[in-house]
Design a protein around this ligand. Structure first.
Ligand SMILES: NC(=O)c1ccc[n+]([C@@H]2O[C@H](COP(=O)([O-])OP(=O)(O)OC[C@H]3O[C@@H](n4cnc5c(N)ncnc54)[C@H](OP(=O)(O)O)[C@@H]3O)[C@@H](O)[C@H]2O)c1
Length: 315
């Protein structure tokens, strides 16, 4: 890792001219900032949101600042396997063959107070944060151009340091706690997925690399969209920490941007903020939690995700 990771900012993003990028959850927070900075550097950005209105609103907001931006809105609900398939099929029709340079799995939801099930009968955080992105990546992988510099990025969370995968409780059917257990499990699943995909692509000799990132503690809609505004231990902790150690979404997006485009980012690398407890700061390589490096869990989770979603990677 070179010194460039010290105080790396969006100014260091190399030209993205001629590159096609797909970012999930780009209508809000970190995803929006990521899309805006990559658009500023000339990438064509496909930004699907849960509704066309939300996607178009994000397009409008970026265009107001960058009139020349090339932005394509779309519709994708990661909590619905049918929606993931519909989006992937739309994508294949619009952009057949190898057509994408960078796929950023950013969308997520956090700390839904009570266990909810999706239309597919999956626990909502596990479905949105892991199963949806897994299926989307599997379905779009054939469209990733096999060339140096191309990447798949998965946005995880520092909560993975304390999280566990419980294969007897993947859908939180026996025990549900919103943050540490259900959200933590879904984000640890993301980290296991990132590393397993990295290993599989490396074994296959693909030039495409997989990286992951966490934003630290960035003030976005994440803190309210899932938990809501009601009383909860999570909201109390947030209120205490927020003035001390949070950062804005633009800074929260830097580790993702670094993982996505910095020439220094390593295959399988994991990036987060360099400040106290990795809560804020500039991107640096951060330690991958040991449980995210468990090979047995990674393979078992992969098989489980294929079984549950019916999506299989052609690597
Ligand atoms: N902010 C932090 O401090 C923090 C810390 C650790 C990790 N992260 C991770 O960073 C990523 C981005 O979060 P953020 O902080 O930028 O939060 P955010 O502002 O709430 O953005 C989340 C995005 O994900 C989208 N999304 C939620 N459910 C979806 C679904 N079912 N299908 C498709 N898109 C969906 C949201 O769409 P809607 O606008 O429709 O809700 C929104 O665009 C997440 O993966 C999160 O876990 C954030």
């Amino acid at each position: 890792m070179s010194e460039r990771t010290q105080q790396w900012t969006a100014e260091f993003i190399p030209s993205q001219s001629g590159r096609r990028v797909l970012i999930t959850g780009a209508n809000s927070g970190i995803g929006f900032e990521t899309a805006r900075e990559l658009a500023r550097k000339g990438a064509e950005i496909i930004l699907p949101a849960r509704s066309m209105a939300k996607a178009k609103d994000a397009v409008d907001r970026i265009r107001r600042e960058i009139p020349s931006a090339s932005l394509i809105p779309g519709v994708l609900d990661l909590a619905s396997q049918a929606s993931v398939r519909e989006f992937a099929s739309w994508f294949s029709g619009q952009y057949p063959g190898p057509s994408i340079d960078l796929l950023i799995n950013n969308a997520g939801v956090m700390a839904i107070p009570k266990r909810e099930l999706t239309v597919d009968g999956f626990e909502r955080q596990f479905a949105t944060n892991f199963l949806g992105p897994f299926a989307l990546t599997a379905l779009l992988y054939p469209h990733v151009r096999q060339q140096e510099g191309n990447r798949i990025v998965i946005v995880s969370s520092s909560v993975t340091k304390w999280a566990k995968i419980d294969f007897t409780n993947l859908q939180s059917e026996h025990r549900y706690s919103p943050m540490a257990q259900a959200y933590g499990q879904s984000k640890l699943a993301d980290s296991l997925f990132a590393l397993e995909l990295h290993r599989r692509l490396a074994r296959a000799g693909s030039p495409v690399i997989v990286t992951s990132a966490h934003p630290g503690y960035a003030i976005t809609n994440l803190q309210t969209s899932g938990p809501g505004n009601g009383f909860s231990p999570f909201r109390i902790l947030s209120a205490i920490l927020k003035p001390l150690v949070s950062q804005d979404a633009a800074h929260g997006a830097l580790p993702t941007l670094f993982a996505a485009v910095a020439p220094d980012a390593m295959p399988g690398g994991y990036y987060g903020p360099d400040g106290l407890l990795e809560l804020k700061g500039y991107p640096k390589a951060v330690v991958i939690p040991p449980l995210a490096q468990n090979l047995g869990d990674a393979e078992r989770l992969w098989s489980e995700a294929e079984r549950l979603t019916g999506a299989a990677f052609q690597i």
